[in-house]
Design a protein around this ligand. Structure first.
Ligand code: AHN
Ligand code: ZN
Length: 327
């Protein structure tokens, strides 16, 4: 064999050999992360801590105490904390002593991003398989506490490494207060999301705006799937594409799914329509399942046992990457 060709063949075979392990390590490590590591254990602990207060229903001591806990944690993590207290009227005319909590990083920067979640628990388990539970409150661990857990861990992260951009973590109250399914009277979509409606009409900083918003809703359960819902696609498709691509590039494609989710009434509706900030919803809703929402949704089964470190990690690390790549 010609010596040159022979050397060439050896080189090719060596190259193809040595390229194999590199390829497989590239698939395990995925893309290089630019953000700090998001600790799922820490986020899990913040979710568990909220569970110990009991359901966070406006007008209860558990709600006051858990609100105080969230405020104190954000302060511990160096945020500038603003509280909005408001009397908001429920569909049945019950007045809810409501409290929105905003933790700001780089409060003086005008370029900002907004991350939000609701922190209240639903007063009615109206989707429970057992009608005897309809009028009981839900614990709201996936539906409420999970989003707050992720945001508290992001706050802990930002205390250690300040992002280049301004970041506001908004915990809205009185989201899950819409009329129960069994209610016979008149009800409307605007019976939900009272805290975000209030914030959108009365932002905590005058003239507040942000480049975009990301809503977290039910981001803690094992086996969660996130599709782009119609509101996110209508108002913020570019932002949605970016988040989903980022999640997929980190290896989280089992969670961040391609395809269209449902039409979901959620806090992002008001952030888009009233505050005019393009806002995406990351919500566990499977358009291919019978109910869409997970089985524990609005049942007395929405407890710690559904919460998965992996799901918290998937959402938290994806958000961390978005935060730290924003300049
Ligand atoms: C309704 O339940 C009508 N919309 C979804 C918003 C929501 C409630 N997310 C959690 N709980
Ligand atoms: Zn709910």
């Amino acid at each position: 064999m010609n010596k040159l060709i022979y050397i060439g063949l050896i080189t090719i075979s060596l190259l193809s050999c040595s390229s194999k392990p590199k390829e497989s390590s590239a698939t395990t490590e995925k893309v290089k992360t630019t953000a700090p590591v998001f600790s799922a254990d820490s986020a899990y602990a913040y979710v568990e801590k909220q569970s110990l207060f009991g359901p966070r229903l406006p007008n209860t001591q558990a709600h006051v105490d858990c609100g105080d806990y969230i405020v104190s944690q954000f302060k511990r993590f160096g945020a500038t904390v603003t509280e909005q207290k408001a009397d908001l009227t429920r569909f049945d005319k019950v007045v809810l002593k409501s409290r929105n909590i905003i933790a700001s990083y780089n409060p003086d920067k005008s370029d900002r991003i907004l991350i939000l979640t609701h922190w209240d628990s639903r007063p009615f388990a109206d989707n429970d398989p057992n009608p005897a539970n309809y009028s009981k409150p839900v614990d709201g661990i996936d539906d409420g506490a999970s989003g707050v857990g992720v945001m508290l861990e992001l706050a802990r992260m930002m205390a250690k490494k300040n992002p280049a951009i301004g970041v506001d973590l908004l915990c809205v109250d009185a989201e899950d207060v819409g009329a129960p399914q069994y209610y016979q009277g008149e009800s409307s979509e605007d019976d939900w999301c009272l805290g975000s409606q209030y914030w959108a009409k009365n932002p905590h900083a005058p003239g507040y705006t942000a480049r975009f918003g990301i809503l977290l809703d039910m981001v803690g359960a094992s086996g969660a799937v996130f599709y782009k819902d119609n509101v996110s696609l209508n108002y913020a498709s570019g932002v949605a594409d970016r988040i989903w691509k980022k999640g997929q590039s980190l290896g989280y494609g089992q969670y961040f799914r391609d395809g269209q989710g449902g039409s979901i009434t959620d806090d992002h509706v008001y952030i888009n329509k009233l505050a005019k900030i393009p806002c995406v919803d990351i919500i566990n809703f499977d358009p291919n399942s019978r109910q869409g929402f997970p089985a524990h949704w609005h049942t007395i089964d929405d407890t710690m046992k559904n919460i998965s470190n992996e799901t918290l990690k998937v959402v938290g690390q994806t958000l961390a990457e978005i935060i730290y790549e924003e300049k």
